[in-house]
Design a protein around this ligand. Structure first.
Ligand code: PLP
Length: 470
């Protein structure tokens, strides 16, 4: 116990809040009802920065604001955009990280944190079928940074002068191939690397929204004939819209034949590597030059924790290596992360994932992932029984669906979804399929979702459908 009653009170409040939110989130509305001006005024009124506030009162204010005016992504009926429910251990991990505040950029500043991250990353790398002794891996803020890292590593690997001359080092304009359904982070990456979005080729997808390998091969041929330089192909393992898995083995063959760098964007779906039952769906990922996985999606740790993996260790050095006169040299056998990654100062992002892995064990992690996949199968059945049609086909827990009584246009689908959200019992979203139909998207993004939650979702969908029809 401290001698500071205000601090004691704050600790007690923190403990009580973790307990209350973790156990009580199911009873909160999933969606907030708030307007911009009202909330802005409320925040300014409650937190007047001209004055000092006692910590317990300030904490209570913040807790109230977060509880009342958040979209609760840790709710078991948030069927959402890959944002997970977290385990209490993830919360503890982030508190410990803030407490010790290890500076992970340099090994000598944070030996224990660096080695714990290394342990976790090697575990992931091995489960993907890659060789941990030669593969580089580090935590990133998320999938966007991991994808950015992969493109920079590829450029530095392919063009020895890229580090000094930038895109002027490319004798011919480089081209990156990715499916129509790939993640929009590559738009940002194309801009940030100086390649520009004209360097991206969006390859058409098949009826299940997977990249068509023959169309990829064809496009590579066209571009080569036109004097461009095919550089990289991005295969998505678990697309954001529909959970489609591009045919990795066939794309890997084309990549080898055409000397393209193969990047697998498995930001969400890569977690499947940790389940023996789901892992076969990622077959071919072991042939990738680089991989993106987000721990803050299907691995259910708090934001933000992405992972960048690259089989060419040297490429990371070429891309990010720098020499300073001020960071103390590292011990022999260890490595400073600021020299092999985009970030400089670096938070101990890996602890929350270490906690999850160590707390659940291999079998527990697999069970959690498989539970979510099973809940999605159950949801497909329940929707079918209630007269809805499922529009996608994936072994991963993401269900897109519609109803024959509904128009599949943007306006009607948004209206349907709005009427679900208004009632606050479940969160789903509208999504446009590549064939331009609009449908509803529900991802089992919480490991806490159970059959009762699915039944409530189906009821809410029926209720909303009837209300938009009259
Ligand atoms: C979420 C996602 C990203 C972006 O990851 P962030 O963690 O949001 O930066 C990239 N690719 C895919 C396939 C994703 O699902």
């Amino acid at each position: 116990m401290s001698t500071d009653p205000s601090l004691d009170k704050s600790f007690a409040l923190l403990r009580e809040t973790i307990d209350a939110v973790y156990h009580g989130v199911r009873d909160l509305p999933v969606t907030p009802t708030v307007t911009v001006p009202a909330l802005r005024a409320l925040v300014a009124q409650r937190i007047d920065l001209r004055h000092a506030h006692p910590l317990p009162a300030l904490m209570q204010t913040v807790i109230d604001l977060l509880r009342e005016h958040s979209l609760h992504i840790t709710h078991p009926r948030y069927f959402g955009l890959f944002n997970p429910s977290v385990h209490p251990s993830g919360v503890m991990a982030d508190a410990l990280v803030a407490l010790f505040n290890p500076q992970v950029a340099g090994w000598s500043h944070a030996p224990a944190a660096n080695e714990m991250e290394r342990l976790v990353l090697r575990h992931i790398v091995k489960s993907l079928g890659l060789e941990p002794d030669v593969t580089a891996a580090h935590f990133t803020s998320g999938g966007n940074e991991a994808n950015h890292t992969a493109v920079i590593a590829c450029l530095a690997w392919r063009y020895p002068e890229w580090g000094t001359s930038g895109v002027r080092a490319c004798p011919r304009p480089p081209v990156i191939y990715l499916s129509e359904e790939s993640h929009h982070s590559f738009i940002k990456v194309a801009r940030a690397t100086g390649l520009g979005t004209n360097a991206l080729r969006h390859i058409p997808v098949d009826a299940q929204f997977r990249m068509i390998p023959a169309r990829l091969a064809e496009q590579v041929g066209h571009d080569r004939a036109a004097g461009l330089e095919p550089l990289m192909v991005v295969a998505t393992a678990g697309t954001t819209g529909t959970g489609a898995i591009d045919p990795l083995p066939r794309i890997a063959e084309i990549a080898e034949r055409e000397s393209l760098w193969l990047h697998v964007d498995a930001a969400w779906g890569g977690a499947a590597a940790l389940s023996p039952a789901l892992r076969p769906h990622l077959r071919g990922i072991e042939r990738a030059d680089s991989v993106t996985i987000d721990a803050h999606k299907w691995l259910s740790v708090p934001l933000g924790a992405g992972i960048a993996i690259c089989r060419h260790h040297e490429a990371m050095h070429r891309a990010f290596g720098v020499d300073t006169g001020y960071v103390p040299p590292t011990e022999a056998g260890a490595e400073d992360l600021y020299k092999t990654s985009l970030q400089w100062s670096r938070r101990f992002m890996g602890l929350k994932l270490l906690f999850t892995f160590a707390e659940l064990g291999e079998a527990g992690i697999a069970q959690q992932l498989e539970h979510q996949a099973r809940m999605a199968s159950r949801l497909r059945e329940m929707l079918g029984n209630a007269g809805w049609e499922v529009s996608n086909d994936t072994p991963f827990p993401l269900v897109c669906f519609t109803h024959s009584s509904l128009a599949a246009d943007e306006g009607s689908t948004r209206q349907l979804v709005e009427s679900v959200l208004k009632r606050g019992r479940a969160w789903v979203s509208p999504v446009r399929l590549p064939d331009s139909r609009w449908v509803v998207r529900a991802c089992i993004t919480s490991w806490r979702t159970n059959q009762d939650d699915l039944a409530i979702l189906v009821d809410e969908m029926e209720f909303a459908r009837r209300s938009v029809m009259v």
